[in-house]
Design a protein. Structure first.
Length: 132
């Protein structure tokens, strides 16, 4: 029994922004590119900055600048961004599967990605600077 089944979370009380694939995919690509280029996700960037890492501060600054740019630009783009909205939709609703199936899918994908990252680190370890 999960959070929903136990009655601990009422999804009707959770606000969902209207879903728009047209406006979401460019943002997802930019965010993913930032993760790749920066080498951090937002959580690890905060941890790096808290430990005094300068690149953590730069990453957080870039993240904040991107958020500010979007917030300022959205005023003029709101009508266009919402034009392709398909309404409030969650992944389980979009794919017609139970929430547990989506959670399981995410866990499996994460496991595969971690396994792939470990494999690539072993495979290409000789290419690191200073490696023998």
């Amino acid at each position: 029994m999960g959070i929903l089944g136990a009655g601990l979370l009422d999804l009707s009380m959770v606000y969902l922004t209207p879903t728009s694939i047209a406006r979401s995919w460019p943002a997802a690509v930019l965010l993913g590119a930032g993760f790749i280029v920066g080498g951090y996700c937002p959580g690890t960037a905060v941890t790096a900055a808290a430990s005094g890492s300068g690149d953590g501060y730069v990453y957080i600054g870039g993240f904040m600048a991107g958020l500010l740019f979007y917030a300022l630009a959205f005023v003029g783009l709101e009508e266009r961004a919402n034009a392709a909205s398909i309404g409030e939709m969650t992944p389980p609703q979009a794919f017609g599967v139970p929430y547990g199936a989506v959670v399981l899918g995410v866990v499996v994908m994460a496991g595969l990605m971690f396994a792939g990252a470990e494999w690539s680190e072993r495979k290409f370890a000789h290419m690191r600077p200073g490696a023998r």
